[in-house]
Design a protein around this ligand. Structure first.
Ligand code: GRF
Length: 185
């Protein structure tokens, strides 16, 4: 049974779907939800699933407190689900090919610094794209540049707004992210 930790900074709707999925899995178990935001709603969602939580500041993470916690908890896989801080190199190096992120667009387009949350969907809309989607990828030292594991696409029509694009993308994320993680374990 692989031990999973989810890192998230916000609402955590993806984290919830992952916790739900792995309640009934023989391959993996979510044993930790960690966040750099003490008030993040993802922590409430973790409580609902009786998954232990851990919070830390950016500085503490850079000093190694998160890596220490992940090692103590004997984590096998680190799942980034809306985690907004740059992961320190020591942390990525500690989980080679065992850290996975979801990005709300079709990388390599609309990735990199500043491309998160609503900014991504606004840029996609402004560029007049006819489709967008999700990218699930391994994490390396450069944001959004690790090996792509999976992509799913969704069409955009003229009436779509950044909000409606975000809703379509979230739907894809919830549908595929837990299953793709399970496939990796
Ligand atoms: C998702 O769109 C994910 O792709 C991005 O951050 C968002 C997190 O949403 N990295 P939620 O907190 O899981 O609802």
């Amino acid at each position: 049974m692989k031990r999973l930790a989810i890192l998230a900074s916000g609402s955590g709707s993806n984290a919830e779907k992952i916790m739900e999925h792995f309640q009934n899995s023989e391959k993996g178990k979510v044993v930790l939800v960690a966040s750099n935001k003490a008030g993040a709603y993802v922590l409430e969602r973790a409580k609902k699933f009786q998954v232990p939580t851990f919070t830390f500041t950016k500085k503490e993470m850079e000093e190694g407190i998160l890596l220490k916690k992940l090692e103590e908890e004997q984590i096998d896989w680190v799942i980034l689900a809306g985690f907004l801080l740059k992961i320190p190199d020591a942390l990525t190096r500690a989980f080679p090919d065992h850290m996975v992120n979801i990005h709300p667009a079709l990388l390599p387009k609309y990735g990199g610094k500043g491309m998160y949350g609503a900014h991504v969907h606004e840029a996609v809309k402004a560029a007049g794209e006819k489709e967008t989607g999700i990218t699930i990828h391994l994490v390396n030292e450069n944001y959004d540049e690790g090996k792509i594991i999976f992509q799913a696409h969704t069409a955009i029509d003229e009436l779509d707004t950044p909000d409606s694009i975000a809703a379509k993308v979230h739907e894809l994320e919830h549908k595929y992210f837990p299953k793709v993680i399970e496939g990796l374990l």
